[in-house]
Design a binder for this molecule. Structure first.
Ligand code: GDP
Length: 423
């Protein structure tokens, strides 16, 4: 059985926690897109972890973890991540696709230089090199993992590649040029580091499907950051959708039987771009401080996240575009301090109300139409059955379920693995 666990919104919905939970019964957990630019926070019996590229199945000894073809493989950061996880006593199996693409030093520099050049018009990039990486990939000038082991070919390729890049560095950005031989040495180090983990992961997955194994496909970020369907250009440079999981992992699309879409009981986003239900000032500071397990601050960058009310327009769209078979709402416990809880139920665009998610410019003009709910004002962590939640909390979940049009089958009422309510 293949299940995708993906985000309905801007990312940071709590996919890591839910993947870690579901991974207890999974044979394989796969990362199929994105790179080191976002983080999944996981809290379990081993401690608290911020994973960036490692799949969230690493805590289960019997699970094989795969970094698949669609990922932006940053070997430099992966090394540090593996070292830190191992330091905390976690041992795991990791396979890296021979066809995954390798993030190169100039991608990170280009990301920095371009944000600097854009000034006020910047995207709010995490400067992890993701956009330049995918640009090279789709321009067919990138380097796949197998190429690291073809030394002569690699050296020649880098020579040609950096001739062009250095023109850009020198004349567009006025920055120092890169010596391709230094990059060659770095890549040789990368090859030595990963050589025992490299495999035909797509073949392994196809065989695992034939053998009836349980496979989880773990998404990074969420629907609204998808390149094609998100808030362009305030998106990421890879597809965040379950539909792409088949491509990024290399398995038949029809094998994905379950698409579990994660949404948070309120909204949070990082980076620039329109955010209709955003809140500001003290109200936002309070929610930001109480959000997640340690406040709403980026797992990768530490940046304060923008926060807002739950947005049923964006979330219905986010769930539809993912093709949700089930929805999980996380962080319901975070809202326990509020007397009243607002939900954005429609957008007002130039005096007209809509429940359909519009394109970016219209989104910039949209004002939230709010509905106010009575808060439950009691700590709901520790409750182990959905029916035992306060009536107000159930009314909140059930209203949202109706508005988004998808069954909310799981409600998470705390960051720990066992803090989950099934409906
Ligand atoms: P991901 O990228 O989708 O995995 O999300 P992040 O890990 O970046 O952000 C989710 C945050 O919410 C993390 O700090 C989690 O520990 C935390 N979290 C997940 N589920 C819950 C929950 O039900 N309640 C609370 N309070 N925190 C949660």
């Amino acid at each position: 059985m293949v299940r995708a666990i993906v985000g309905a919104n801007w990312g940071d919905e709590g996919k890591g926690k839910i993947t870690d939970l579901c991974a207890e019964n999974a044979d394989i957990v796969v990362r199929f897109q994105g790179g080191a630019n976002a983080g999944h926070t996981i809290i379990n019996e081993h401690g608290r972890f911020a994973l960036h590229q490692l799949p969230s199945g690493i805590f289960n000894k019997n699970t094989t973890n795969i970094i698949a073809n669609g990922v932006a493989l940053d070997i430099n950061k992966l090394k540090a991540e593996i070292a830190s996880v191992k330091e905390q006593g976690v041992e795991f199996n990791l396979l890296i696709s021979e066809r995954a693409q390798v993030l190169l030093p100039h991608h990170v520099l280009l990301d920095e230089y371009e944000e600097e050049r854009l000034g006020d018009k910047k995207f709010g990039s995490t400067k992890s090199g993701i956009a330049p990486f995918y640009a090279d990939k789709y321009s067919k000038v990138g380097i796949q993992v197998w190429e690291l082991f073809e030394k002569d070919r690699l050296k020649e390729k880098l020579k040609g590649m950096y001739e062009k890049i250095n023109i850009q560095f020198k004349y567009l950005y006025n920055k120092p040029e890169i010596n391709y031989l230094e990059v060659f040495d770095i890549l040789n180090g990368y090859a030595d580091y990963i050589k025992d983990n490299v495999a035909d992961t797509s073949g392994i997955l196809r065989n695992a499907i034939k053998e009836g194994k349980t496979i989880l496909l773990e998404g990074q970020l969420g629907s609204l950051k998808d390149t094609d369907h998100g808030i362009y250009p305030y998106v990421t440079s890879s597809s965040t959708l379950a539909g792409y999981a088949a491509v990024g992992a290399g398995i038949p699309p029809h094998e994905i039987k379950n698409i579990t879409v994660i949404t948070k009981a309120y909204s949070s986003a990082v980076g620039e771009g329109p955010f209709v239900s955003e809140i500001f000032g003290d109200e936002a500071d309070e929610l930001r401080k109480r959000g997640g397990d340690k406040g709403e601050f980026g797992a990768t960058t530490g940046r304060p996240r923008r926060v807002g009310y739950f947005d049923t327009v964006a979330t219905r769209y986010g769930c539809e575009i993912q093709g949700a078979t089930e929805v999980c709402m996380t962080c319901l416990d975070v809202l326990s301090y509020l007397d009243e809880i607002n939900v954005c139920v429609a957008y007002d665009i130039n005096g007209e109300q809509t429940k359909d998610f519009p394109t970016t410019e219209a989104l910039c003009k949209a004002k939230p139409v709010l509905k106010t709910f009575k808060g439950w004002k009691s700590d709901i962590r520790g409750i182990t059955e959905y029916d035992k939640l306060p009536e107000e909390a159930k009314a909140y979940v059930e209203f949202i379920e109706k508005e988004i049009g998808f069954k909310i089958g799981m409600v998470s009422n705390g960051p720990k693995r066992n803090e989950i309510l099934y409906r």
